[in-house]
Design a protein around this ligand. Structure first.
Ligand code: ARG
Length: 573
């Protein structure tokens, strides 16, 4: 925060033995406004100086309040309170600085990651299976992370690692041969594939020969059998069409969409290297890398029938991302149930002497439950994302049509609100927490929802519009600013604006988009409190311009922040 930086600038010259970074790390944001905007606790200094913390606080208070004192940072008043020095920032001085910063394009962006490339693996659904709300989390978190990293100066490469390879295709082919219906398949490709897949698992319970037949098909596929390949391409094609429709609706794009099959010819060098380095061992006919030292179960590399498996493909994929794509950092946004898989893959890379395995990170997230139930593709209990989005938009449309929007605006706003609600609902909690998926809850206009933030943004936009109609634009304000009179609720808004760049940085440091989502909720709440307590459009042009500048600063934070999360911000709602 700008005010934190200024507090550190003011305090550092007055304390011996602490540098600016130390001071910055010690500073706190007090829980209540009467305790100041920033507080400096004196316990650490007390130890080194062998003095009572409260005595140090009093000395610091005097030093800070001395006119033209060592600190000489304008517009800060300090008050010792017990072991703390509380700093109060003058809105008259700091208000315009904070607000005008926020009105610069790219507010919140930094260059921390400059010169470094991050490859983000996200979404990565499986062919012939529905794009469920589970893959939604990976898609939405990955898209937000990509934006946040880019805002911090990173060179971002987004990859979608489509699950287009593996024994499940053999199963699907066997099921298709036995029970497939071309007409149904053409009409509803994914649903029909899913039915086949579910039936396969049910019948396989009584008929073990099915599993063998499935494995056989997959072997044919790996060996380039034409009939197997033809079926496979068909399933890939129809699934990709369906996925692309979902991505378009969510507004998500990828730099590379590569199926697992892309790595088919890149695995044997990996297997050879593992063998040459003496890392492969036989276990029940299969080839594994033992990971006892790491405290992990062995990583399966080749199955007993010689076919490759998920971890083998991820080894080849990681090496490709490092060497060909030039990744400095590799993130995998994949559900927490795959933690063991990634730990094994990264451990094998380390065993292979790939030190950069340290820059690989699994970014797990919690389950989505629908009415308390986990979903599983095998049993066919899935929610189709397309249907969820339709319903969200439908519900949003019912609400939007009740307002003042023109009919042609309603549809577009309903899309932004309905889909925005689903995205925001996914990002607002820390990513490891489970989500109990409830559209009604996500779509509420009051509460911690996307529509609440969007609605606040639309309110901001409409106030600015009214100001313009009245001939006052927020930028008119120069000398005659009256930020001194914005009151405590106005000042709280400015502090929320001031904290935005930190939220963006922290979201990247913690790989946690919810930091930004929470900050937007706090900012929207601060603004609505101000809106209820203060008249913004008054008869005094200077006051109005000041308050509109504050309003515009809030608007910038909400718009930029929603954009980073992948949520649209309509001007009218
Ligand atoms: N397709 C996999 C699944 O749905 C996720 C792939 C994640 N990415 C990876 N590189 N393994 O479970």
């Amino acid at each position: 925060m700008r005010i934190l930086e200024a507090a550190a600038d003011a305090i550092t010259p007055l304390v011996s033995g602490l540098n600016r970074g130390d001071v910055l790390a010690l500073l706190e944001l007090p829980p209540r406004p009467e305790m100041g905007d920033v507080a400096f606790p004196c316990f650490t200094l007390a130890k080194t100086l062998r003095k009572a913390p409260s005595a140090i606080a009093t000395d610091l208070e005097n030093g800070l309040n001395m006119p033209n004192g060592a600190a000489s940072v304008e517009g800060i008043r300090s008050e010792a309170l017990g072991p703390y020095v509380n700093l109060f920032f003058e809105p008259r001085i700091w208000g315009p600085r904070i607000a005008s910063d926020a009105l610069k394009p790219e507010y919140g962006c930094s260059q921390i990651g400059r010169g470094q490339r991050v490859v983000i693996d996200s979404s990565s659904p499986n062919i012939a299976k529905p794009f469920g709300v589970g893959h939604l989390r990976s898609t939405v978190i990955g898209a937000a992370l990509a934006n946040l990293y880019a805002a911090c100066g990173w060179d971002v490469v987004k990859v979608n690692h489509i699950g287009d390879w593996g024994t499940q295709f053999g199963k699907l082919m066997e099921a298709y041969q036995r029970w497939g219906d071309d007409v149904k398949l053409a009409a509803e490709p994914i649903r029909e594939s899913l039915r086949l897949y579910v039936r396969f698992h049910e019948e396989a319970k009584h008929d073990p020969s099915l599993e063998d037949a499935g494995r056989d098909w997959f072997r044919r596929l790996e060996q380039g059998d034409l009939e197997a390949e033809r079926l496979w391409s068909y399933f890939v094609g129809v699934s990709m069409e369906e996925f692309d429709r979902v991505y378009a609706r969510l507004g998500v794009k990828f730099d590379h969409v590569l199926g697992e099959s892309f790595y088919n010819d890149k695995m044997s060098p990996v297997v050879d290297e593992l063998r040459d380095k003496g890392l492969l061992e036989e276990s029940d006919g299969a080839q594994v890398v033992r990971l006892e030292e790491e405290g992990l179960p062995p990583c399966l590399v080749l199955k007993s029938d010689g076919t490759t498996i998920y971890p083998t493909r991820d080894l080849a994929t990681a090496i490709y991302r490092k060497t060909v794509m030039g990744a400095d950092r590799l993130l995998y946004v994949v559900g927490a149930e795959q933690t063991l898989h990634f730990n094994q893959v990264f451990a094998v890379l380390r065993r292979m002497g790939r030190e950069w395995a340290e820059s690989c990170e699994h970014v797990p997230f919690g389950l989505i439950k629908v009415q308390g139930k986990k979903m599983s593709t095998r049993k066919g209990k899935v929610v189709f994302l397309d249907e969820v989005l339709d319903e969200a938009v439908q519900k949003a449309q019912e609400v939007a049509s009740g307002g003042s929007l023109r009919p042609e605006e309603v549809i577009d706003v309903a899309k932004a609100v309905g889909i925005g609600a689903v995205i925001f609902g996914d990002l607002r909690g820390s990513r490891m927490s489970e989500i109990d998926f409830s559209l009604d809850e996500m779509l509420r206009f009051e509460g911690d929802t996307g529509p609440y933030v969007q609605y606040t943004y639309a309110r901001v936009a409409s106030l600015i519009e009214k100001g313009i109609v009245a001939g006052i634009t927020p930028l008119d304000l120069k000398e005659q600013n009256v930020f001194a009179s914005v009151g405590s609720n106005g000042w709280a808004c400015l502090k929320a604006v001031d904290g935005f760049p930190d939220a963006v940085r922290e979201a990247v440091q913690l790989i946690e988009p919810s930091v930004v989502a929470r900050h937007l909720l706090d900012t929207a709440k601060a603004f609505n409190r101000f809106y209820r307590s203060d008249r913004i459009l008054t008869n005094d042009p200077a006051e109005t311009a000041t308050k509109l500048q504050l309003t515009a600063a809030i608007g910038a934070v909400l718009r930029i922040g929603l954009g980073l999360l992948g949520v649209r911000a309509p001007e009218r709602m």
